[in-house]
Design a protein around this ligand. Structure first.
Ligand SMILES: NC(=O)c1ccc[n+]([C@@H]2O[C@H](COP(=O)([O-])OP(=O)(O)OC[C@H]3O[C@@H](n4cnc5c(N)ncnc54)[C@H](OP(=O)(O)O)[C@@H]3O)[C@@H](O)[C@H]2O)c1
Length: 324
């Protein structure tokens, strides 16, 4: 089978294509023919050796996939060849087939095609954990979403609306804000043109927002923190902007803020039941057509470097998908 391989740390152009042996399912495993694999921002970090996980070489990037079960190993129950499934395995999905523990597979939601199903788990899974379990977002509260047209950002816009919040999308272009509005955002702030703190305060009658969802960090992260109301909750999702903000703790003290870390992957391992409950909710909303899992573009596997470069260049709205 064809596989995209990372054989040493580097950039997207350092990735290699290779023919490697087809996998065989071990006990409890299924082999899935990957119809679509979703890229995330962290695929850049994992191939550069800058991510919290450092898989042994050679490995394939892409954590998530959707596909069809090709074969199952001994003692697998509940799945059979031909079943349409989605999975999240951390890395390794940028190849034609993957062997995975059947317990990591979920039946593919109805009403979604392979491309949209592939990118559903990491973004929406992270965000429902952030908004529901960490921030305990309540209906009627105001939620500011940074990087609102990106993968996690778009999921926060959509889930925030479904949870009854007023959503303020924050992004670096008017085109991205229009996209976020089409997906449910009530208001928009272009932080390339406008001071984010002032804009968040102006949109809330001077009070500030209740919750900030921040996947980008940097200077905008601190500006958003300063744009929160008394008792605001700041969700630390990631640092796509490159810099980790050094938050002024005097502000946290003086305004009684909560700064909430969100490490979704580790939480799913510590609380598999909670994760299952969240994913059941996500899949229900999907079946009802309430989540877009928007696909920005589909790339053949050979064009994975171009897809990764588009993510780094901030061009992707929603998800970049690979089709092996
Ligand atoms: N905590 C968790 O459990 C968890 C789970 C999943 C992902 N994450 C993290 O969340 C972050 C976002 O992931 P994602 O998949 O949503 O990424 P994405 O789809 O690439 O979106 C990131 C957004 O960040 C903004 N951005 C600002 N500076 C950027 C830069 N220098 N390069 C690229 N983007 C930049 C862009 O929006 P604008 O152009 O509008 O500014 C972009 O749309 C990553 O750091 C990822 O590791 C964390």
């Amino acid at each position: 089978m064809k596989a995209l391989l990372c054989t040493h740390y580097g950039t997207p152009d350092d990735l290699e294509f290779a023919d490697i042996p087809d996998p065989a399912p071990g006990p409890g495993e299924a082999v899935v023919r990957v119809k679509a694999a979703a890229l995330n921002f962290f695929d850049h970090l994992i191939i550069a050796g800058k991510y919290q996980h450092k898989p042994a070489f050679p490995f394939s990037p892409a954590a998530e996939f959707a596909g069809e079960i090709e074969s199952v190993g001994p003692s697998v129950t509940g799945f059979a060849p031909g079943d349409r499934v989605i999975g999240n395995i951390g890395w390794g999905a940028a190849r034609e087939q993957v062997a995975v523990a059947a317990s990591q597979l979920v039946a593919m939601p109805t009403g979604l095609d392979f491309d949209r199903a592939a990118g559903l788990t990491v973004t929406y899974g992270t965000t429902i954990y952030a908004l529901n379990n960490r921030a305990k977002l309540k209906s009627g509260e105001t939620l500011a979403v940074l990087g609102a047209a990106g993968g996690t950002g778009l999921s926060a816009v959509e889930l925030g609306k479904l949870m009854g919040a007023r959503v303020i999308a924050c992004a670096s272009s008017d085109e991205k804000l229009a996209f976020a509005r089409r997906h449910g955002a009530d208001d928009g702030v272009n932080y390339a043109k406008t001071d984010l703190k002032d804009a968040l305060r102006a949109l809330t009658g001077g009070k500030g927002v209740d919750v900030v969802y921040d996947p980008i960090g940097g200077a905008q992260g601190e500006a958003a923190l300063r744009g929160m109301d008394w008792g605001g909750r700041y969700l630390v999702i990631g640092f796509a902007g490159g810099d980790m903000p050094k938050l002024p703790l005097n502000l946290v003290l003086l305004r009684s803020y909560d700064v909430l870390g969100v490490y979704w992957g580790a939480w799913t391992e510590r609380n598999p039941q909670g994760h299952r409950a969240n994913m059941t909710q996500i899949l229900d909303w999907c079946a009802q057509g309430k989540l877009s899992s928007h696909v920005h573009a589909v790339y053949p596997l050979e064009q994975a470097p171009a897809a990764l470069k588009a993510i780094a260049a901030r061009q992707v709205m929603g998800k970049a998908i690979l089709r092996p």
